[in-house]
Write a new protein. Structure first.
Length: 258
């Protein structure tokens, strides 16, 4: 499972809870109880067997989960390869998303600090790929929350949907749907006024350029924008030390004349 995602359902192995002390002293007729050293050994044996069975179930589900993830990923890559000669998926430093029936690819490259919006040259006449379209793309990107990003991730969404009804030991996380992700990254703040990230979009557009290149033998046209807030870097000013006044040499007092 090589894809790095903002959120992904995971199988969590949890140690079963300890039985209460009351279970050790049950004396009612027909109840299980343990007495003496042999009874304690039986208790430990039952606990070990219970945990071994639980662990085997979780490991089996994890293997099935991994198989399901690989199957969903393979189908996703097949759909991409019908349009792109060099299909890409997200990594630790690149957030890749396809839209418009996979004819447009958006890559947020955190390592190289840029956003690349691309389409195969033979698809230019079938998609909106003007600079104004790029503005709309950047605005939508800046407003995206973690929940939005997860729902756009076809593999993660499909795996979660299929897993919920298939696996008993599956746990999912609740994703933030209030705070946009990219403004927090660019400005280093949890909440950023919309006017600031709107200015960031305009700064990206003004510095962007349209380029053409070849990817695995396929002609591709791209808009390339710097990943910037559009604001000057804030540097802390180090206070300069105050100059020390020069010491005046001691003056000799005139001696009274005799």
């Amino acid at each position: 499972m090589s894809r790095l995602r903002f959120a992904l359902s995971v199988i969590v192995l949890a140690w079963p809870g300890l039985v209460s002390a009351q279970n050790l002293s049950t004396t009612e007729a027909g109840s299980n109880h343990y007495t003496g050293s042999s009874g304690f050994e039986d208790f430990k044996k039952n606990r070990r067997e219970g945990f071994t069975s639980y662990k085997a179930q979780v490991q089996e589900e994890f293997q099935q989960f991994a198989k399901l993830h690989d199957q969903v990923t393979a189908r996703y890559e097949k759909r991409i390869s019908d349009v792109w000669a060099d299909p890409e998926q997200s990594s630790k430093t690149r957030w890749v998303h396809y839209e418009d029936d996979y004819r447009i690819k958006r890559v947020v490259d955190f390592e190289r600090q840029k956003i690349v919006w691309s389409t195969p040259e033979n698809q230019l006449g079938t998609v909106g790929f003007t600079k104004n379209n790029a503005r709309q793309m950047l605005q939508a990107l800046m407003a995206m929350t973690r929940r939005d990003a997860f729902e756009q991730d076809e593999v993660a969404s499909e795996v979660e949907e299929k897993s919920l009804g298939q696996f008993k030991h599956l746990e999912t996380a609740t994703l933030d749907d209030a705070s946009p992700v990219l403004p927090a990254y660019l400005f280093g703040e949890g909440r950023v006024a919309e006017s600031r990230w709107t200015s960031a979009v305009e700064a990206m557009l003004s510095a962007g350029e349209k380029v053409a290149n070849s990817q695995n033998g396929q002609a591709v046209v791209s808009w390339v924008f710097p990943l910037t807030s559009g604001e000057p870097d804030k540097t802390m000013e180090v206070p300069k030390p105050k100059p020390t006044p020069a010491k005046r040499p001691p003056q000799k007092r005139p001696r009274p004349s005799k």
